[in-house]
Design a protein around this ligand. Sequence first.
Ligand code: FES
Length: 66
Amino acid sequence: MSATITPYEDGPLIVRGDFELRTPDGETIDPARGTIALCRCGKSAIKPFCDGTHKTFGFKAGTKRD
Ligand code: FES
């Protein structure tokens, strides 16, 4: 299983590749597609997925640790 996770500036984490998404209890979450966007702003109504809400309140986050 190999996946890449890319933090987008001021946006979600984009997950591409071969991955499995699970709840903290270990239940599988159907991603419904091969590439997904995971919310990192905490405001999405469809967590763990991004619904675009981060754009409405000006979420700020970089793309790498400095
Ligand atoms: S990162 Fe997009 S809604 Fe949270």
